[in-house]
Design a protein around this ligand. Structure first.
Ligand SMILES: Nc1ncnc2c1ncn2[C@@H]1O[C@H](COP(=O)(O)OP(=O)(O)OP(=O)(O)O)[C@@H](O)[C@H]1O
Ligand SMILES: [Mg+2]
Length: 288
């Protein structure tokens, strides 16, 4: 049994039932890192939201999402929200929308920690008593903020989200997603909003932290080079379907679907001879 088993997801939106996902199936083992790539609008984010139980009211979903043997699509809201922030967490592209603007960062992180321990489960997870963890919430938050490379954790903890830079926000978001040592972390374009040098550092951080926690990850990006820095395997999504899946190396060396061929070719622009026209994805779709 895999940690996450997604089977035959079909997702439609609105009264006109416009189709966003068709028969999406895949599995994710404990500790596995799986990339999800595809063009804009192909259905990457809605796949993540379907797994996290965060689809809007106008969505109708069929199929199955099984996490650690439990079916999630029929889970009650309160049970689902307990699972989120604890055993499965998500890091969004734009942390401004995911973080609470009215609450200081440190307090938000401590809240995530308290909600988890209030349940009294997994008290031994850190080898310390539960009461001690809650008492020491601030200490643990500062430790986590330091771990994600925020050099002045006290100042960051005492700041509001709008007082931080984009890179600092994303690090704080990653700290919060990992503070309860989840089994699964979904990243949805976590570095797209960052400039290139910050992006490289945050990717290294994600790689290190996932390894330290041993968490499995579904990592969404439209950039194969980014995925290859974090994931061993990758799925390619096109028009709401998974059209190809394999190791990052397999996909790079022998792409099969026309969209994937285009993706790989554009990721290899440095191999194009001077003066030659640069390939675009449309070149490959014409023979589809
Ligand atoms: N709340 C919604 N209501 C109606 N349609 C939606 C909603 N959210 C997403 N969709 C549709 O579902 C499809 C998939 O969207 P999704 O956001 O998953 O794309 P994506 O692959 O994440 O794209 P991007 O790379 O731009 O983030 C799109 O056609 C989109 O218009
Ligand atoms: Mg998206």
């Amino acid at each position: 049994m895999s940690l996450l088993e997604v089977a035959d997801l079909i997702l439609e939106f609105g009264k006109r039932r416009s189709r966003a996902l068709s028969n999406v199936s895949f599995t994710l083992d404990a500790g596995q890192r799986l990339g999800l790539i595809g063009e804009s609008g192909s259905g990457k984010s809605v796949t993540a939201l379907a797994i996290m139980g965060l689809l809007p009211d106008n969505a109708s979903l069929s199929g199955s999402v099984s996490f650690d043997g439990h079916e999630l699509t029929t889970l009650r809201d309160d049970e689902y929200s307990r699972l989120r922030g604890d055993r499965m967490t998500m890091v969004f592209q734009e942390p401004m929308t995911a973080l609470d603007p009215t609450m200081k960062v440190g307090l938000q992180a401590a809240e995530v920690l308290r909600l988890h321990y209030a349940r009294g489960k997994d008290a031994d997870k850190y080898g310390v008593a539960q009461e001690q963890i809650v008492d020491n919430a601030r200490e643990r938050v500062l430790q986590m903020l330091d771990e994600v490379g925020l050099h002045d954790p006290v100042r960051v903890a005492d700041s509001y989200v709008h007082q931080l830079s984009g890179g600092q926000r994303q690090r704080a978001m990653i700290a919060m997603a990992l503070i309860n040592r989840p089994d699964l972390v979904i990243f949805d374009e976590p570095t797209t909003a960052l400039d290139v040098t910050v992006q490289a550092r945050v990717l290294r951080l994600i790689d290190d932290e996932l390894a330290a926690v041993g968490a499995a990850s579904l990592f969404i990006s439209h950039d194969l080079a980014v995925i290859s820095q974090v994931c061993a395997d990758v799925m390619v999504m096109y028009h709401g379907e998974i059209v190809e899946q394999g190791s990052v190396q397999q996909i790079f060396e022998a792409p099969i679907h026309p969209y994937t061929k285009g993706l790989v070719a554009t990721a290899r622009l440095d191999l194009v001879a001077p003066g030659e026209r640069l390939p675009v994805i449309e070149d490959f779709l014409e023979d589809a």
